[in-house]
Design a protein around this ligand. Structure first.
Ligand code: DGY
Length: 314
């Protein structure tokens, strides 16, 4: 029986199926650091890792027992896939099954930030609400506004669809390659043009190519009443530049699900009332997380049969 390390506890039916097919260890100690990941590559035949585990290049040095990483998550910027490929390690991910849940979090953040839901919730819970007032916590209208999507992949398109057909929004998008989409949406040539929309939503993959794509210059292209949403990866945004813009009132607010050094969230950001801050909930529905686990396991099972896993990425 092959050995399988599952690096975090996942949906019980998936773990049960894995136990019937593999000698399974479920890691209990949280995210794997580089040294633990490197040791795991020597101890197990296959690993089911996830976001936060450190599978950087050094982990793939030397003689490895593990030849399959069935990642739980669509994003795999925590795995150096080129180093994995060079070491003969197959890597797979879990696209599609989390598109709707993640797009829904994008809309949650657009609405919650525009309508100051975080501030309102804090006011009610603290007992400081003094009752209805015509000028209390006035937010900004979402319906009919413009949204700029940065990265028009599956999740970007799902957000665009919701914004346009649900809220009558005009959609512009910035994408590194030309993209035709089956809905009214205009691809713009520069990042700055998309950043100038009323709402900006970042949905690019993480990784070296997009690190700090949203820098101080990009943020400066936003309107002073613009709202910024990031549901991709924290490192895509220069967090210090974003905080600076929020503190100066150069933009109206931000809704964030991801951070540069998760789970650390800078105190300056936590102090800002004009931000809605979520703890990386993009795919966090029970249904989606079970489907992600199943897909990750199915990829590992395919690999044990000598097949190329359906969601292989390298
Ligand atoms: C992913 O799948 O990459 C998400 O960020 C995890 O929810």
């Amino acid at each position: 029986m092959k050995t399988l390390l599952i690096t975090r506890d996942i949906a019980a039916p998936v773990v049960a199926q894995a136990r019937a097919l593999f000698d399974v260890t479920v890691h209990a100690g949280g995210a794997l650091d580089g040294a633990t990941a490197a040791q795991a590559m020597r101890d197990y035949d296959a690993i089911l890792p996830t976001l936060g585990d450190d599978f950087s290049a050094e982990v793939f040095d030397g003689d490895l027992r593990c030849k399959m990483l069935g990642n739980f998550g669509v994003g795999y910027n925590h795995i150096d896939v080129a180093a994995a490929r060079d070491a003969g390690v197959t890597v797979s991910n879990t696209p599609d099954v989390l598109t709707d849940a993640t797009a829904d979090i994008g809309l949650t953040l657009i609405l919650a930030t525009a309508r100051r839901a975080g501030e309102g919730e804090r006011m009610v819970r603290s007992g400081e609400w003094g009752g209805f007032g015509p000028k209390n916590l006035l937010g900004t209208h979402v319906t009919g506004k413009t949204v700029g999507i940065i990265g028009m992949g599956r999740i970007g398109q799902a957000i665009a669809h919701r914004c346009h057909f649900g809220f009558g929004m005009e959609v512009v998008f910035f994408n590194r390659s030309p993209k035709s989409v089956e809905m009214p949406a205009q691809q713009v040539d520069t990042l700055a043009e998309a950043m100038a929309a009323d709402f900006v939503v970042v949905t690019t993959p993480g990784g070296a190519e997009t690190t700090k794509l949203i820098d101080a210059t990009a943020i400066a292209a936003m309107k002073s009443n613009g709202i910024f949403v990031n549901i991709s990866r924290g490192e895509v945004v220069d967090e210090a530049a974003l905080i600076d813009a929020l503190e100066r009132g150069a933009i109206a607010g931000a809704g964030l699900d991801v951070y540069e050094n998760e789970p650390a969230v800078p105190a300056r950001l936590r102090a800002l009332e004009n931000c809605v801050l979520l703890p990386h909930l993009g795919s966090a529905t029970a249904e989606t997380r079970q489907a992600m686990g199943q897909m990750a396991l199915d990829n590992i099972i395919a690999w044990t049969r000598g097949e190329i896993p359906q969601q292989a990425v390298n």
